[in-house]
Design a binder for this molecule. Structure first.
Ligand code: PLP
Ligand code: COI
Length: 362
């Protein structure tokens, strides 16, 4: 099936009242409210991808034996649509999300989806819910495409039936603290091991991160940091974000992709922007001990987290059972701010887009 096959549109019996929607859009938070519609597409061995439908947002019926409920065959993506000053809307690098979705699908033994169909499904949802863009500064429409195994079968093998769904949620700041910099807890738990699913965006990775995340919250931190599985020494990534380090010698470092961390699209975009700023860009291993030492000596000036939900968020404090240390000033650093501004300006259409990252929808 190709993207030009028509989507069925089911009418909405009672869309959200305008004043209720306006209240949400003025203060959306993150991931709390969903728009009026969703898109679903089914897959079976016999028919491939079929039955693309835009329908009212709501519960889905699943057989209690559906494979996703037992063996966690589930993958997802996260990307944002932005409303530009001219009133039109745009996506940021949706083809990159489509490619990563297919890489996740391959790792979880799920069917891949034509990139054009993935993007068209998102386009259909944004068109149906174009009144759901937040009115707050920095707001966007967060899109969550995902795929679940729907076949009712308890044997352990790849399922033969799947459902792809896209939902949308008006989004403001990811971190509700609103603090200028976040605090992170270095976990003893491991997120991903070589040969595992760390590079895939599958729900199971996040399920495994919930105890360490809850531990971080209980200790008063905003996010959890995972170290490598083998030596418990090398910095990998946060629960839902990649990490960058900015040094006094004009270099910037982020841990290398090696199968255990998520290849972030924000990470990739910032690497490109940092090169264009004339920085020395290093994708190298960096240990927690070195981070502590470099923060103390002043060799390290700034650190920041990045991802679709978090955009670019300064890291101000790091803690583990040995104690805690402050990064740079403990607040937002200069280069972090500069890279964030450059990225956000491209995403929101207030700066030129020389890389062809922005896809206008209308
Ligand atoms: N790492 C993890 C574990 C994530 O969940 C995310 C968010 O999607 C990222 C990194 C950043 O990826 P991206 O920049 O593509 O949103
Ligand atoms: C995203 O940034 O899109 C994510 O999936 C991260 C998640 C923690 C919300």
């Amino acid at each position: 099936m190709t993207a030009d096959i028509a989507f069925t549109r089911l009418p909405h019996p009672a869309s959200t009242a305008a004043e209720v929607r306006a209240a949400v859009l003025a203060d959306p938070g993150f991931g709390k409210t969903f728009t009026d519609h969703m898109v679903t597409i089914d897959w079976s061995e016999a028919a491939g991808w079929h039955n693309p439908t835009v329908m009212p947002y709501g519960p889905i019926a699943l057989d209690p034996a559906a494979a996703v409920l037992h063996y966690a065959q589930e993958i997802f993506e996260g990307l944002k649509a932005y409303r530009f000053n001219d009133g039109g809307t745009a996506l940021f690098r949706p083809e990159a999300n489509a490619r990563r979705f297919n890489a996740s699908a391959a790792r979880l033994a799920m069917p891949e989806m034509p990139e054009a169909l993935f993007v068209e499904a998102i386009r259909q949802l944004v068109a149906a819910d174009h009144d759901w863009f937040p009115t707050v500064d920095g707001g966007s429409l967060y899109l969550r495409p995902f795929m679940i195994a729907t076949e009712a079968f308890l044997g352990v093998r790849p399922a033969k039936q799947y459902k792809f769904i896209v939902i949308a949620s008006p989004a403001g700041n990811y971190f509700k603290s609103g603090a200028p910099a976040v605090s992170i807890w270095v976990s003893d738990y491991t997120r991903a091991a070589p040969g595992g699913t760390g590079a895939a965006k599958c729900g199971g990775n996040y399920a495994a991160s919930l105890v360490p995340t809850a531990e971080a919250f209980a200790r008063g931190h905003d996010q959890v940091l995972f170290l490598d599985a083998a030596e418990h020494r090398w910095i990998e990534e946060l629960g839902g974000m990649n990490l960058f380090f900015v040094f006094a010698n004009g270099s910037i470092l982020t841990p290398p992709l090696g199968g255990t961390i998520l290849p972030g699209i924000t990470r990739d975009s910032l690497l490109q922007l940092a090169r264009e700023e004339g920085l020395t860009v290093r994708e190298e291993r960096y240990s927690i001990d070195q981070w502590r030492a470099d923060a103390a000596s002043g060799a390290l000036l700034e650190a920041f987290a990045c991802g679709t939900a978090a955009v670019v968020t300064p890291v101000g404090k790091v803690a583990d059972p040995d104690g805690e240390f402050i990064v740079g000033s403990g607040g937002p650093g200069q280069l972090t701010g500069k890279l964030k501004d450059r990225l956000v300006a491209i995403q929101r259409g207030t700066a030129p887009d020389p890389h062809g990252w922005v896809m206008r929808l209308d």
